[in-house]
Design a protein around this ligand. Structure first.
Ligand code: A3P
Length: 285
């Protein structure tokens, strides 16, 4: 039986984030969310593609880019990742979509359907430097009505990286995915970095095309770039715009938020927790 219940998780100043505790897993309390069991039981097709990210790592952006590369079409609609966001909407919402589907989640692999591993479907993970993720997450959570968060930045950072808030700590997420790749060498995983896509979107799109096994012309790639700028997506994606997904979309905004003390604290914590992780993150471009 499901043990899901709503909890108010305090930050370091006592302000709370309304969340769902589903058998020990903290996530947003989405009104139609299927819960961990619901996600686990989703039927996976052989040609499904998983887009796995820690929240605020560029999921909406990469969903749109991947969708256009996959279909070979420039799509001007308001569909976003939330259409197939597994912990957000019940399976019925995307069960009838044409293949290949792009399924999205911020959950750890162990909470995804077993067939992701069994069927060895293609997985794209997008990682973003944790300092910009923290700033993006803070701003987003404050605007997300169902979280009811009114806290201050100074009280947010520590509990975020201690893994006390929804989706747990960024570090645990990144380490977990590195482990999944190591223990499942035959699972096709493409790891992208938000900063690399910002730096050279065409180069990264070529990598995605190769991974998906599709060929697209330079002219098409250039059109995808134009259709997935912040401005273009802000205009097209009405629902996401309303919940303030499209904020700044840059690299290095953390410098406007982190105090010297917070930065030193974070760098120390990163060194302690990520010693065995050889991924290199870019904090500026
Ligand atoms: P910021 O809050 O730093 O601006 P997610 O889609 O995983 O929720 O990530 C949201 C972050 O991606 C936000 O970061 C958002 O602005 C950024 N983003 C969304 N669309 C983008 C785009 N077209 N280009 C670059 N960044 C984008």
């Amino acid at each position: 039986m499901s043990q899901a219940h709503v909890v108010d998780v305090p930050d370091d100043g006592g302000d709370t984030l309304t969340s769902l505790n589903d058998n020990g897993v903290l996530m947003p309390n989405f009104p139609d969310g299927p819960g961990i069991q619901g996600v686990r039981s989703v039927k996976i097709r052989n040609d499904d593609i998983m887009l796995c990210t820690y929240s605020k790592s560029g999921t909406h952006w990469l969903f749109e880019i991947t969708r256009e590369l996959l279909t070979g079409e420039i799509i001007e609609d308001d569909v976003t990742m939330s259409q197939t966001f597994m912990e957000f909407c019940p399976e019925e919402g995307y069960a009838d979509l044409q293949s290949p589907r792009i399924l999205c989640s911020h959950l750890l692999m162990k909470h995804l359907p077993e067939d992701v591993l069994n069927k060895k479907i293609k997985v794209i993970t997008v990682l973003r430097n944790p300092k910009d993720v923290a700033v993006s997450f803070y701003n987003f959570l404050k605007k997300l009505p169902l979280v009811r968060y009114k806290g201050q930045w100074k009280n947010f950072l520590n509990p975020l990286f201690q893994g006390k808030f929804m989706y747990g700590s960024w570090m645990d997420y990144v380490i977990d995915w590195e482990q999944v790749k190591k223990t499942n060498p035959d699972l096709p995983v493409l790891t992208l970095f938000y900063e690399d896509v910002k730096q050279d979107q065409t180069r990264e799109m070529r990598r995605i095309c190769e991974f998906l096994g599709v060929e697209r012309t330079d002219a098409f790639l250039s059109r995808v770039c134009d259709n997935t700028t912040m401005t273009a997506m802000r205009t097209l994606k009405n629902t996401a715009r309303q919940i303030a997904v499209f904020r700044k979309g840059g690299v290095g905004d953390w410098k406007n938020w982190f105090t010297v003390a917070q930065n030193e604290w974070f760098d120390q914590l990163y060194q302690e927790k990520m010693t065995d992780c050889h991924l290199q993150f870019k904090y500026t471009l």
